[in-house]
Design a binder for this molecule. Structure first.
Ligand code: ZN
Length: 280
């Protein structure tokens, strides 16, 4: 998403829809069309200063009234441009970890950071429509960071009822599927392990039924993998998991992740899993 596209969008409503950056030939229609399954346009929120975190209130009443959900689109579109910042070591609750990484990409060069950001935008619109307030860890895809420690802190400071980090994997080319990454107790996150496991199960079930994507053939068991090396969950004090939506290095999955329709479907599945979790 280009800076001009985001800064030009002053409306928080999904009805103001600039075209996705990956479709430069798509012109903005004078009267914005409704989202269609054939070519859904990505609903955007206004970018905060510098593309940093932002908080967006509900757009409708629904089952998530009064809930705060933290959504973390993994990586950032210009992380590659500032290695000294991205490679700085931060303490992730258990050990040193890089501030962030660039993420992966498909063979055709479609980046994970753009995929993550697009899914997060659809998801934000879905959750706001259901009555939730959404806290995003970044509001553009043309910045650097924030560090994984800050991504955890943003959800913690918002006292979110749930937090989800959106990713896609760079796994073996012969493997495909999605996985939920769940926290392992390390001190700071001790109190959220059980609820995070429930969140993970709800998201695993919703993602499988909502997308038809198989559980990962190489990561975890039945789509669930415990991880003790991620600052985003090691330092979380609110229930949190990562969703690795697909394997960008696999040809079948790569064909899905570049599709706006599939990004919207993945987001809706995650929204449904969050609604199940937050209604329980
Ligand atoms: Zn990632």
């Amino acid at each position: 998403m280009s800076p001009s596209a985001l800064s030009a969008s002053t409306a928080a409503s999904p009805s103001a829809l600039p075209p996705p950056a990956s479709s430069p030939g798509v012109r903005r229609s004078p009267s914005p069309p409704a989202r269609s399954p054939a070519r859904p346009l990505i609903p955007t929120v206004p970018a905060a200063a510098g593309g940093g975190p932002g908080t967006f209130g509900p757009t409708g009443p629904g089952p998530l009234n009064g809930k705060v959900v933290a959504i973390d689109p993994g990586h950032n579109g210009r992380n590659y441009a500032d290695p000294s910042y991205i490679n700085q070591q931060v303490f992730n609750g258990r050990e040193p970890e890089a501030c962030d990484t660039t993420g992966t990409q498909t063979d055709s060069g479609y980046t994970e950071s753009e995929f993550n950001f697009n899914v997060a935008q659809y998801l934000t619109a879905d959750l706001r429509d259901e009555g939730a307030t959404v806290v995003l860890t970044r509001t553009s895809d043309d910045g650097v960071g924030p560090c994984v420690t800050d991504r955890a802190a943003i959800g913690n400071n918002a006292h979110a009822s749930a937090a989800v980090s959106i990713h896609a994997d760079g796994g073996p080319t012969g493997g495909r599927g999605f996985a939920i990454l769940e926290p392992v107790a390390d001190g700071p996150n001790d109190a959220i392990i059980g609820r995070s496991q429930t969140l993970g199960t709800d998201l695993r079930n919703a993602f499988a039924s909502g997308t038809g994507e198989p559980v990962s053939s190489y990561d975890g068991t039945d789509g669930i993998q415990a991880r003790d090396d991620l600052g985003g969950t090691n330092l979380s004090t609110v229930p949190k998991v990562f969703v690795e939506c697909a394997n960008m290095r696999n040809a079948a999955d790569a064909a899905l992740v570049v599709s706006s329709a599939w990004q919207a479907r993945a987001a809706l599945a995650i929204a449904n899993g969050l609604t199940t979790f937050l209604s329980g």
